[in-house]
Design a protein around this ligand. Structure first.
Ligand code: ATP
Length: 240
């Protein structure tokens, strides 16, 4: 398995002196679907943001292939964020004054090898809403547009932080199925932070954070398909 990105002894302390990450060593492999779970406050989003180059660690290193991201200059870091990775968050972050098509084209402008526009919009089921504005769309549609914008630039890694967090079950499943399809079709490595253990069960690897450390890291021998998710009453890990 080829490593695409890895961390070495990552720590993070915020101004209030709380040590949120206490030495994280993780390697992520090319073309893999990884879920990061754990109770609220365990450090999942902080870790994701550090690996994605959105936040600097207090100590430790992040390597993208053989390049040390944590020693990049601001220019190198912005190139890394522009060309190598993409992010999808719970709030879709679409530009309200641009149409769906224009929002997606922002992704193309961040790429020198964009994927075919109509292939992506058809795959995500948004080819019939291209001239609409975000305010005219449902949450599920907006999230599919934000995924289209994120992947059309053909990133090596897609970071998702609670990407289905604001969606109902039907739309969560649809988005999740699309993310698995994208991984398979384009070989994009997916790192997905979630509270939802059912969603994590579809991943090939499940990493559990607890109090700033990796509490468990396991390969999921029998990932379930998104179609098979049985939504239970309590899928919120934060309450455990
Ligand atoms: N910018 C910040 N300044 C100060 N403390 C922060 C900051 N960001 C996060 N924290 C703290 O770091 C800890 C971990 O936060 P983080 O968001 O990484 O956890 P999480 O596991 O993703 O939680 P959740 O599932 O609720 O999103 C929390 O105690 C949080 O209050």
């Amino acid at each position: 398995m080829e490593t695409i990105i890895r961390t070495e002894k990552i720590t993070k302390k915020f101004n209030n002196n709380e040590t949120v990450l206490k030495g994280i060593d993780l390697s992520f492999y090319l073309n893999s679907f990884n879920a990061i779970i754990g109770a609220s406050g365990s450090g999942k989003s902080t870790l994701l943001n550090i690996i994605a180059g959105l936040l600097r660690p207090t100590s430790g290193k992040v390597f993208y292939q053989d390049l040390e991201v944590t020693s990049f200059s601001d220019t190198q870091l912005s190139k890394f964020k522009k060309y190598k990775i993409s992010t999808v968050f719970q709030n879709y972050l679409l530009l309200p004054n641009l149409t769906v098509a224009e929002n997606i084209r922002i992704g193309i402008s961040e790429s020198n090898k964009a994927l075919p526009f109509s292939e992506i919009t058809e795959m995500l089921g948004i080819d019939d809403i291209l001239s609409k504005f975000p305010s005219q769309l449902s949450g599920g549609q907006q999230q599919r547009v934000s995924i289209a914008r994120a992947i059309i630039k053909n990133p090596k890694i897609l970071f998702c932080d609670e990407a289905t967090g604001a969606l109902d079950e039907e739309n969560s499943i649809r988005v999740l199925k699309l993310l698995h399809l994208i991984k398979k079709h384009y070989g994009i490595t997916i790192i997905f932070v979630t509270h939802n253990l059912k969603i994590a069960d579809t991943a090939e690897r499940i990493i559990t954070m607890k109090d700033g450390i990796v509490h468990n890291d396991m390969w999921n021998e029998n990932p379930i398909s998104a179609d098979e998710i049985k939504w239970g009453v309590n899928v919120d890990h934060s309450r455990e």
